[in-house]
Ligand binder design. Sequence first.
Ligand SMILES: Cc1cc2nc3c(=O)[nH]c(=O)nc-3n(C[C@H](O)[C@H](O)[C@H](O)COP(=O)(O)OP(=O)(O)OC[C@H]3O[C@@H](n4cnc5c(N)ncnc54)[C@H](O)[C@@H]3O)c2cc1C
Ligand code: SF4
Length: 490
Amino acid sequence: MGKPTGFLEFERKVGNNELVKKRIEHYNEFHSLLSKEEQKIQGSRCMDCGIPFCQSGLLLKGMVSGCPLNNLIPEFNDLIYRDNLELALQRLLKTNPFPEFTGRVCPAPCESSCTLALNAPAVSIKENERYIIDKAMEEGKVKANPPQYRNNKKVSIIGSGPSGLSAAFYLNRYGYIVDVYEREDAAGGLLMYGIPNMKLDKKVVQNRINLLKEEGITFYTNSDVSKDDKLKVKVLNEYDSIVLATGATKPRDLLVPGRSSNGVYFAVDYLKSSTKNVYNNISNEEFIDAKNKNVLVIGGGDTGTDCVATAIRQGCNNIIQLEITDSLPLKRQVTNPWPEWKRILKVDYGQEEAIEIFGEDPRRYCSSVKEFISDSQGNLKEAKIVKIQCIKDENGKVIFKEVEGSEEIIKVDIVLLAMGFLGTEETIKNTFDVSINSRGNISAEYGDFKTNVQNIFTCGDARRGQSLVVWAIREGLEVAKAINEYLINK
Ligand SMILES: Cc1cc2nc3c(=O)[nH]c(=O)nc-3n(C[C@H](O)[C@H](O)[C@H](O)COP(=O)(O)OP(=O)(O)OC[C@H]3O[C@@H](n4cnc5c(N)ncnc54)[C@H](O)[C@@H]3O)c2cc1C
Ligand code: SF4
């Protein structure tokens, strides 16, 4: 620890966000970093507390506490303070192959469990991480590092989201010949066609893919292994091992009357269409545009927030975001003590923008839709929304019950369903004959990652269900280790 009194002397400070009215005019990232001197001060706030929960990645009451990648956080904080960014980069890359992703989109469970956060604002760990990698990228210090040696074994990875990329990165480093198959027209999974450009610029994703290609990994896009029979035969026969990193892409639907009205979309289809439009890569007919429309987002999570921010940039008339559960508390509750993941109400970028543009928080809690109402052409025009009561039945199971007499009709042109995901698509199960567990994910234990089929492994959301980028990267690392061991023993 360079400065023993840093945490006593300095307040937490992070970079600025561009003003709402300016940033909604574009889809670029809008967060700027601190100056070098300011960032050094932030590094000095880490007290190197001796028991760094921030890097533990423990599960407490089913929620993660600390960094799932076990990033060497006190070390890189200190190295920032000492202005040794070269060594800081080395330490960061020891545990995290893609800090430019996590430094932008990770919800930072490390900060929830920072010891300073017991009674003061946490060390700005996520921003410190981003500072190290962004400066290194800017200065051209992150270079392709192909393996010195290749064994003659081949691994195919199906899916190029963060878990597939991480598995590819580590298997390639071990010396395997790695081919990645992706059904979309670009690699990156939800990093590319889920998370909007303003949160994670697609040039940042493409830059990493280019580095991986330079390291010797081959990417095949527009290659749907479940639809293309020739490809399926190739993948099943030509590789020593296969990794299913296909995500948890089956969206939860809302099967109420009027669901088939024109104008009801799944959130990821909408977000994908928006990103494609930003890069002029979509036809007018396919593009889902919220311009001058009344928008209803169903789901109060991060995906819903991304829809709110995207619809605002497209110039929607107004926006409402429904959440079936009640609002979270403003402060940590005694039942949710440090170092657990902090369950408090966030005003994320999308809500902040809606508050400034439309004068109110778009979120309505304990609410859902009972019916979609369309005109004679089948175009959505209204939604019947109701209040929901969350109660426990005699077995203690939570059930949602409509509050009688709470119906309200609202004008709606577009509905975006952002209610979570139900696991792996049927096509993956059918193509590879893998077992699916009761949660709809591919069955495989954390640690060995083996499916029921010989040679086939799985990782990321495909195995654990919809989760976080940081967990996907961790699972990619772990599956690579498991495959390496398996193939060596074989
Ligand atoms: C809108 C949205 C916003 C999010 N925001 C955040 C965030 O801010 N921070 C965060 O930490 N997490 C966020 N998440 C969650 C995070 O993106 C995921 O947990 C993570 O991407 C999972 O990585 P993965 O590699 O397992 O799967 P995915 O990223 O889903 O990638 C799976 C890939 O497999 C491909 N594929 C599927 N089937 C086939 C097939 N048959 N043949 C070929 N390819 C196939 C898919 O096209 C896809 O590219 C968000 C999720 C969504 C939906
Ligand atoms: S990856 Fe996430 S949890 Fe880990 S140090 Fe970075 S921001 Fe924190």
